[in-house]
Design a protein around this ligand. Structure first.
Ligand SMILES: C[S@@+](CC[C@H](N)C(=O)[O-])C[C@H]1O[C@@H](n2cnc3c(N)ncnc32)[C@H](O)[C@@H]1O
Length: 307
């Protein structure tokens, strides 16, 4: 029987030859998945023998990875905001940079719930996520609000125009015990006939169409409509911006993930909205401008220093 260390070395060499830039990590994640152990255990027991079933599962996983399939789809799992999400080809794999959007949403909600007294009968805050995919953003937000005992004061809706993605999102909501707390709806951008929202969250497709085929091969396993933002990448984002005046409450905020070079174009689209609006672009953890905060100008003036 081959030892863990041998399988890791041979798998790493194969994946490197196949073009993976994270060959060692991929091999560790795939062998760990095949054995049912975490990476630390693999490293600590590199001489331990691996049984036939696990070796065969690892071999099948290596073949898929050599063909370019993302590790997350092979394992069926991706960590996001400290939670494990089921992932498959029905929806985009949640990216680490999107955790900033959840953190800011959590911050906005906590601020709104604590900045002023909320006498009994105060309506719940209304939050919607447009383009929920695997449900990662809405579900991670519900989970953290539950931990902070804020969930009873918040209503969370999550929308996608892909029935397949919504199926996966509902499964994830069940898995994280928030199926009763997040309402999933199939719609174009936002659900019809809903009252205005206090918070609109969106990580909509924003890759320019011509760039999609130049992305690493792993992206070709993800649903194209989850990535393709039209000629300049901002077609869907602009459609959402256009409905903000009707969809956001007076004091509402929209948090939109965008491409690192799209800030000026998004600021200019916000400048064309009727009324007075502001757009602040926040950098992600690597310092790249990635999160647009969009709200009516009066809000920011009244909130200056408070957030
Ligand atoms: C970039 S993915 C983001 C998925 C998930 N929110 C995340 O961050 O991992 C964009 C999602 O928006 C959905 N989408 C694209 N256009 C849409 C539209 N017009 N209305 C609703 N959802 C849309 C896609 O199906 C996809 O699930």
């Amino acid at each position: 029987m081959p030892a863990i260390g041998e399988l890791l070395n041979s798998g790493t060499a194969r994946l490197r030859a196949a073009g993976s830039e994270s060959a060692r990590l991929d091999a560790e994640l795939l062998l760990g998945w095949a054995i049912g152990a975490d990476r630390t255990t693999l490293i600590a027991h590199s001489d331990a023998p691996v049984g036939a079933d696990a070796s065969a599962a690892y071999e099948r996983a290596l073949v898929r990875r050599e063909a370019g399939e993302p590790v997350a789809y092979i394992r069926g799992l991706k960590e996001f905001y400290g939670l494990a999400f089921s992932v498959d080809s029905r929806a985009l794999i949640p990216r680490p940079e999107t955790e900033l959007l959840v953190a800011e949403a959590e911050h906005e909600i906590a601020w709104r719930l604590t900045a002023a007294p909320r006498p009994a009968g105060t309506p719940r805050l209304r939050v919607v996520e447009a383009g929920t995919g695997s449900g990662a953003i809405a579900i991670a937000l519900a989970a953290v609000l539950r931990k902070r005992r804020m969930l009873p004061e918040v209503t969370i809706l999550a929308v996608d125009n892909s029935a397949d993605a919504l199926g996966l999102a509902r499964e994830n909501a069940v898995g994280h015990g928030v199926a009763e707390d997040v309402v999933f709806t199939e719609a174009d951008l936002l659900p019809d006939g809903e009252p205005a929202f206090d918070l609109i969250l969106a990580n909509l497709p924003y890759i320019p169409s011509a760039e999609i085929d130049r992305l690493p091969i792993a992206a070709s396993f993800e649903p194209r409509p989850a990535l393709d933002g039209g000629p300049d990448g901002l077609v869907v984002v602009r459609r959402l911006l256009a409905v903000l005046p009707a969809a956001l409450t007076q004091a509402g905020t929209a948090l939109l993930e965008i491409g690192f070079d799209q800030g000026p174009a998004v600021e200019s689209a916000v400048g064309e909205l009727p009324g007075r609006w502001e757009c602040r672009i926040q950098p992600d953890l690597s310092g790249r401008p990635r999160l647009a905060h969009v709200e009516r100008s009066a809000n920011r003036a009244s909130a200056t220093g408070a957030r």
